[in-house]
Design a protein around this ligand. Structure first.
Ligand code: ADE
Ligand code: ZN
Length: 328
């Protein structure tokens, strides 16, 4: 069965760092990892919550040091994504996680964009790049990061907000989002993953986001659901991530069907696939099997991904046609 053509809209490039590449880069850069073998590292992939995961995510990405490292990481993701049906990818990166340890933002952006520039020809994938601010860092640090990225804004489609959610509401980043919008960038933010519905309201009303990342907790607030449905605000849901980070107990309990029934514009994505047990096609297969989704629903999810993507209308129409032409 060919994979269903999709757009991946919630994907942290640092979250695609597989154990084999992590060890290869550690060797190349002379970085000491606190794990003797890939097996030992993989044994650490059992998380109690978001923070528990983030601790490993930030520790392992210290192997990323040079432009080539970021290009290799991005190419490895694109190759896997293509094999799983991804036709368009909107990719997050976390500049502060690199600049804080002495890697220049220019190095990060040049490495990633080198791979993205070749992606249409090499992998048949179109891409956008989304620069995320770490919400557990200060608002000033986000502003400094935005200014450091200014020379590269022609390569950046949107800004996003990630890392430890609870205690770091969207309103903290009002100013930097206003600057991003002034500069013509789109805006997205993680909200309603571990944080309450109030954070989704803030992302909409204070940051003016075009999409909400995760947003699964919106179901706790009827008025919020009505607002998201009325505005057709897309939600980038990550089912395997939600299980691994214990946002839901089991995939069989995932609110994806309830979200679709409520009329929300939901998409399926992989978040940090190297850590959460699968890339986007694996997420589609897992929700199909655990939630009993039929072909029509899978096609709706794929169609939603292209509706929600930051694409020009001609390209969007071409991708939507591919979805309609897909047969299992
Ligand atoms: N950074 C990487 N993955 C994340 C997630 N699922 N939530 C918040 N921050 C993240
Ligand atoms: Zn995420």
């Amino acid at each position: 069965m060919p994979p269903i053509p999709t757009a991946e809209l919630h994907l942290h490039i640092e979250g695609t760092l597989e154990p084999d590449l992590a060890f290869a880069l550690a060797e190349r850069n002379g970085v000491e990892l606190p794990y003797a073998t890939q097996e030992e590292l993989k044994a650490a992939y059992s998380f109690s919550d978001l923070q528990d995961f983030l601790n490993l995510y930030y520790a392992l990405m210290t192997v990323l040091r040079t432009e080539d490292d970021f290009a290799d990481l991005t190419n490895a993701y694109l190759a896997r994504a293509r094999a799983q049906g991804v036709r368009h990818a909107e990719i997050f990166f976390d500049p502060q996680a690199h600049t804080a340890r002495g890697v220049e933002i220019d190095t990060v952006i040049r490495g990633i964009t080198r791979a993205l520039d070749a992606a249409p020809e090499t992998y048949g994938i179109t891409t956008r790049l989304i620069m995320c601010f770490l919400r557990d860092e200060s608002a000033e640090s986000a502003l400094e990061t935005f200014e450091a990225a200014r020379p590269h804004l022609d390569r950046i489609a949107a800004v996003g907000l990630d890392s430890a959610e609870v205690g770091n509401p969207p309103s903290k980043f009002r100013e930097v989002y206003a600057l991003a919008r002034e500069a013509g960038l789109k805006c997205v933010a993680h909200a309603g993953e571990e944080g309450p519905p109030a954070y989704v309201w803030e992302a909409l009303d204070i940051l003016g986001v075009d999409r909400v990342d995760h947003g699964v907790r919106c179901l706790e607030d009827e008025a919020l659901v009505a607002r998201l449905v009325a505005d057709r605000t897309p939600l980038t849901v990550c089912p395997l991530s939600n299980v691994r980070l214990r946002v839901v107990d089991r995939l069989e309990d995932h609110p994806l069907p309830a979200m679709l029934d409520a009329g929300l514009l939901v998409t399926v994505n992989s978040d940090d696939p190297a850590y959460f047990g699968g890339y986007v096609g694996d997420n589609f297969t897992a929700v199909r099997d655990a939630l009993g989704l039929d072909e029509t629903t899978l096609r709706t999810l794929a169609r939603n991904s292209f509706e929600a993507a930051f694409l020009d209308e001609g390209t969007r129409a071409a991708y939507l046609k591919e979805v309609e032409g897909w047969t299992r």
